[in-house]
Design a protein around this ligand. Structure first.
Ligand SMILES: C[S@@+](CC[C@H](N)C(=O)[O-])C[C@H]1O[C@@H](n2cnc3c(N)ncnc32)[C@H](O)[C@@H]1O
Length: 217
């Protein structure tokens, strides 16, 4: 770990707050913000958390659906156990994953997946978009009617097209950058609510004519 990174982290108020509050990641603040703003969780909800390690988002979700809901956390990296948390060691994109989830349907599907960073902006953006597409494909199979889908994506020229792929399946789609996202970071979150399982796959709309999703970035 480089010295500059360590210094930056020490000065980062979200990192320090995460340490103080015993959270598994500073990313936890991003999900707390998204839930406060978009009301994603309700008591008793079933949540699928993709790219969940080390588990910061899963802990926030568990707290907000307690005492009766369940969180299924998927990642190839290990995640420490917790009450109400089911850990599935695996990768989104693996066709056998859906059978291993142990639940047939979810109220919320989250993806905070990040690709391994190459440093080449266009490559990292394209990989991030691919991860969202894989998460969306899984979400379309497991989401309950009116469910929500939230996914991180690295900003770039394919985001508009990605949002257009999400839109037909939900009644509302927004994109946002939580305050805890580091200012220079290129990440943003697509938040889709009101899953419509019966939405027919339409012809892809012309991006120039499509309505702009509710957006703050
Ligand atoms: C930024 S971290 C997630 C942090 C997490 N939300 C938290 O609050 O602790 C991104 C994670 O995405 C995971 N990931 C990347 N590709 C994945 C894939 N295909 N399937 C599942 N997880 C993946 C990585 O292993 C990594 O743990």
């Amino acid at each position: 770990m480089g010295r500059r990174f360590v210094d930056q982290r020490r000065r980062d108020p979200y990192y320090r707050a995460a340490q103080r509050e015993g959270l598994r990641s500073r990313a936890a603040f991003k999900l707390a913000y998204l839930d406060d703003r978009f009301q994603l969780f309700r008591r008793g909800a079933r949540v699928l958390d993709l790219g969940a390690a080390p588990g910061g988002w899963s802990m926030i979700a568990l707290d907000r659906i307690a005492p009766t809901g369940i969180v299924v956390a998927v990642d190839p990296r290990p995640i420490a156990p917790a009450e109400g948390l089911r850990v599935v060691r695996g990768r989104v994109g693996d066709p056998s994953l859906v059978e291993r989830l142990g639940e047939a349907s979810f109220d919320v599907v989250l993806s905070d997946m990040s690709p391994s960073i190459s440093g080449a902006y266009a490559t990292d953006h394209a990989r991030s978009v691919d991860l969202v597409r894989s998460a969306l494909a899984l979400a379309l199979r497991v989401l309950a009617p009116r469910g929500a889908f939230v996914a991180k994506v690295f900003a770039g020229d394919m985001v508009d097209e990605l949002v257009l792929e999400v839109q037909p399946h939900f009644t509302e789609v927004a994109r946002t950058k939580p305050p805890a996202s580091r200012a220079p970071s290129s990440e943003l979150y697509v938040v889709a609510r009101g899953f419509r399982p019966d939405a027919r796959r339409r012809e892809r709309p012309d991006p120039a004519r499509a309505p702009r999703p509710d957006s703050d970035i």
